[in-house]
Design a protein around this ligand. Structure first.
Ligand SMILES: Cc1cc2nc3c(=O)[nH]c(=O)nc-3n(C[C@H](O)[C@H](O)[C@H](O)COP(=O)(O)OP(=O)(O)OC[C@H]3O[C@@H](n4cnc5c(N)ncnc54)[C@H](O)[C@@H]3O)c2cc1C
Length: 401
């Protein structure tokens, strides 16, 4: 692979200087685009300056979502969904390591020359350090979530300069929207996009506050997840698991912890990735796979033999719980821990499961985010909220102001 000069158009553009105010101002999700000469395209590409999910769905998948189809309305364009887990999980991965396994397999078989992913900094296990990985060892070193805003696209300049022609990018929705928008400028023959869902992300300082407010031992947390059993599971250095019910969260303290970009985001399900690997539409303990197009199927096929799978399922009715959660969140209601635990047990028994749990989570976040944009950026509301999200939010009664 030979090092090449960036195209003349890009040589003229300069990345944002460290410390300067980003074009999306407080709504910047630090996706990394503006750390490169691709800042040239930011007005069009940034998910918070120019919401264009439907147009990009059309170019990525050949069609945008059919709002009449209830599954597409919620989960985006897809060929099929399933629940899966690795027969032999990767130790230390966020779930069973399906994402890392696909990426390794693609390198192994020469489908791609590099993988954009995010390792952690040497001094901080949660500090994001995006890389352009060229080996399986580098991909595996990126396993597990860095639960903070991460400038994954900051390594895009290296792609063009390296002369790489076949690339896999792993990322969350805002990163992938910007990527799709500049994809034709990268000089690639083939781009593969492996996405994860994402919600309620935080800055590194916000993460610290969240850990300190919620865990008994914030400094030993190595991994955490908001689980389908309505509890946060914190895994500690000694392997122990601490479970905190969602309903026991200190909502008042945590209201301002989420990044403004995440409070304004409606792409929870990573609509523009070829393949999405999350957990929220799967039964407890399983990962959730959404194959959006033929490229996504090609990626999944590489690892199918290593997976145990089952069809997606759906049980329960989320509507009443979502409607009740709206005023509770507004008032910052926090239950005493005994009541939160009791409520957690009850809701685990009778609450929404599988795809209905995913809809519960999407509805709760979209109603909250709609109110956030309406109150804080009313001038953006109409263009920024995609049609599918408006339809989802319209099922609920929201406060007038
Ligand atoms: C910030 C965040 C929030 C999420 N929220 C949800 C959710 O609400 N619902 C849901 O169903 N799934 C969510 N996911 C996805 C889920 O937690 C798992 O990441 C996914 O199921 C893959 O698990 P795995 O074991 O296959 O991944 P692993 O094999 O452990 O690989 C994880 C991959 O994630 C990438 N990554 C890590 N941190 C980031 C980051 N900050 N930005 C971009 N890429 C990153 C790494 O490069 C690595 O390749 C979220 C992921 C992230 C990063």
């Amino acid at each position: 692979m030979t090092a090449v000069q960036p195209s003349p158009k890009h040589q003229k553009s300069k990345a944002l200087k460290p410390g300067s105010r980003p074009p999306a101002k407080e709504l910047c999700s630090e996706c990394g685009l503006c750390d490169t000469y691709y800042i040239h395209y930011v007005k069009e590409a940034c998910a918070f300056l120019n919401q264009q999910i439907a147009t990009l769905e059309e170019s990525a998948h050949g069609l945008s979502r059919n709002l009449e189809n209830p599954d597409e309305l919620y989960f985006g364009v897809h060929q099929h969904m399933m629940a899966a887990r690795k027969q032999e999980p990767i130790a230390g991965a966020q779930w069973t390591g399906i994402v890392s396994t696909i990426a390794c397999s693609m390198l192994d078989r020469g489908l791609v020359e590099g993988v954009v992913c995010v390792q952690n900094t040497p001094e901080d296990r949660f500090g994001p350090m995006p890389i352009l990985a060229r080996t399986k060892a580098e991909v595996l070193a990126a396993k597990v979530n860095k639960p903070t805003l991460s400038p994954n696209l900051s390594v895009l300049e290296q792609v063009e300069q390296s002369g790489m022609k076949r690339l896999l990018v792993i990322g969350v929705g805002c990163q992938i929207q910007a990527l799709r928008s500049v994809q034709k400028e990268l000089g690639l023959e083939k781009l593969y996009v492996l996405g994860t869902p994402c919600v309620d992300n935080v800055s590194r300082e916000g993460l610290q506050k969240f850990l300190e407010t919620t865990s008994k031992s914030p400094e030993t947390v190595v991994h955490y997840e908001f689980m389908q059993d309505f509890r946060i599971h914190f895994k500690h250095e000694d392997g122990s698991i601490e479970k905190v019910p969602f309903f026991g969260l200190n909502t008042k303290e945590l209201k301002d912890v989420f990044a403004p970009s995440c409070l304004s985001c409606f792409d929870y399900v990573n609509s523009l990735a070829d393949l999405v690997v999350g957990y929220m539409g799967a039964p407890y303990g399983w990962q959730w796979i959404v194959v959006r197009n033929q490229t996504g199927q090609e990626m999944l096929d590489l690892v199918t033999e290593q997976l145990e799978t089952q069809p997606v399922m759906s049980r329960g009715d989320r509507h009443a719980a979502v409607q009740q959660s709206i005023p509770a969140y507004e008032k910052g209601v926090t239950l005493p821990m005994w009541a939160a635990k009791l409520m957690g047990v009850a809701i685990e028994r009778i609450g929404p499961k599988g795809l209905e749990y995913a809809r519960f989570s999407i509805d709760s976040h979209f109603t909250r985010n709609y109110l956030y944009v309406k109150r804080n950026h009313p001038e953006k509301l109409e263009a920024h909220v995609p049609e599918f999200a408006k339809q989802i939010v319209s099922q609920y009664q929201l406060p007038e102001s």
